[in-house]
Design a protein around this ligand. Structure first.
Ligand code: FE2
Length: 297
């Protein structure tokens, strides 16, 4: 798969419950919404009504938090079927989850835990992504997580690990720019090397979010504005990858919708700026519609 196989969604926001009413009632000017799949894996009720209303006005992508693609537990077939059924109903542009494990031995730890970066882990995850893609009847995107510990067994960089998995499983990458920044600080690697190394044609979406600074380490809390250093990293990505769909994620101390929408517009502005500056020099994976993200404006 390559990015051009997917629709070009533009610049959006992660849909969160404090904004449901405003989004349904006022149809704010953003290109698209990313929704958390698990919030809508219910029989009926308000959440599904909201999603139905949102979907009538906007493209969406489905983002999951509990696939546990890296675990050694068997894949949860029931969970995957529910995701597939939700996707059949709401027709998201794509489905994503995290390159991590969230539990083992049947116990869910409710956290996005990192993997050892080894050839064995690559083979394990690739086989599972292929099974997931078969069940969901489409390629998925895998997202890099932030991390606070590393395995002594790792034999490669995180970007080498995610790149190898995406290539071998033939899936896409959801590049969380803030997670790269957080992990780079925590593990003392150069975030630019990450941006420069991942396979350009497989980067289908970005996450932009805020983190909190604890001095010795950064925490991926999604409760602050996006830091300037993360914007700078995003600009580097935009310069290399061209047009990639982006959303702003905010999960705690959620501000007014306009704050998220403004950040999404800032991402668009940076993309446009680097596209003009790139004139005559194509980004590595040329977008189908380099300046077309204004379809709602
Ligand atoms: Fe993310």
């Amino acid at each position: 798969m390559k990015r051009a196989d997917f629709p070009s969604l533009g610049f959006g926001v992660g849909l969160r419950s404090p904004h449901y009413k405003l989004v349904v009632d006022t149809h704010p000017k953003v290109d698209w919404f990313e929704v958390i799949s698990e919030n809508f894996m219910v029989e009926g009720g308000r959440a599904l009504e909201v999603l139905q209303a949102v979907r009538e006005d906007y493209p969406i992508a489905m983002h999951g938090v509990s696939m546990s693609i890296g675990s050694t537990d068997p894949l949860n077939r029931d969970y995957l079927r529910q995701i597939r059924d939700l996707a059949r109903r709401f027709e998201p542009a794509w489905i994503s989850d995290h390159l991590c494990w969230t539990g083992v031995g049947g116990r869910n730890l409710h956290d996005l835990l990192p993997l050892p970066y080894t050839e064995e882990a690559i083979r394990h995850v690739v086989a599972r992504i292929r099974q997931v893609q078969e069940t969901l009847e489409r390629p998925i995107l895998i997202e890099n997580v932030s991390s606070y510990m590393a395995f002594a067994d790792s034999t490669m960089t995180e970007w080498g690990f995610i790149s190898a998995i995406a290539e071998e499983a033939d899936c896409g990458i959801l590049l969380d720019i803030n997670n790269i920044f957080v992990s780079a600080f925590n593990h003392r690697f150069n975030a630019n090397h990450y941006i420069d190394a991942v396979p350009a044609e497989r980067v289908v979406q970005y996450h932009l979010a805020g983190h909190s600074d604890h001095g010795t380490h950064l925490l991926d809390t999604h409760d602050h504005p996006i830091r300037e250093e993360v914007w700078a990293l995003y600009e580097r990505a935009a310069r290399r990858f061209g047009e990639v769909a982006a959303i702003v994620e905010w999960d705690d101390n959620i501000p007014e919708f306009s704050v998220l929408a403004d950040a999404s517009e800032r991402a668009r502005g940076i993309f446009k700026k680097v596209t003009v500056e790139n004139h005559g020099r194509s980004p590595e994976a040329t977008a189908k519609h380099p300046l077309s993200a204004d379809h709602r404006s």
